[in-house]
Write a protein that binds this ligand. Sequence first.
Ligand code: GTP
Ligand code: MG
Length: 202
Amino acid sequence: TQVSTAEFVKSSTCTEDCPSDGLPEFALVGRSNVGKSSLLNSLVRRKRLALTSKKPGKTQCINHFKINGSWYLVDLPGYGYASAPQELRINWNEFTKEYFLKRETLVSVFLLIDASIPAKKIDFEYASWLGQNQIPMTLIFTKCDKRKKKKNGGKRPEENVEDFQNSIRKYFSSVPPWIMTSSVTHLGRDEILLHIAQLRNY
Ligand code: GTP
Ligand code: MG
């Protein structure tokens, strides 16, 4: 289940532009700055394959990374980045939603939620949208290495995770699979790769 090769293939601005070789893919989605690109780098054990930044809004296209020559990890732009111009933001939502609905080779969406802070309204909106559209999803909780801080709501990552799961029960008949991760300690890396291997073998 380990990654032996990882190569950037292309950046696309719409679903029609995406690679057409039919390989299965797994898409990383979540609020800007939640750690999508960092998680991708952690999974492939490379520091800068996907570019990351302290400033939200770094990733702006649909980026395909081919893993072991046989499946894709897809880095998507974040949602909910308040400082992006309104027009850009709507465009992101349109093209990522279109991608979720139309991309036939998409096996599962990995919805990343920052476990170091209480989940935001837009996280619930995305989770419920994916649920309502019956898009297969895995919850990936990020930044689990961070300690609780008063200014971040004063809860431990485990408590934020539990709160989020309790709140989304109403959108799903059963809570989606979930994995706790950290791109700093690489917590959850093997679990995600195993999960991907299992999904690919269905
Ligand atoms: P956009 O491309 O803007 O949507 O952001 P992104 O979701 O790709 O986030 P990115 O990976 O660029 O990380 C954003 C910031 O969070 C960076 O400063 C990272 O170093 C930090 N970060 C990401 N993952 C973790 C983590 O697991 N733990 C900690 N402590 N920091 C993290
Ligand atoms: Mg990114």
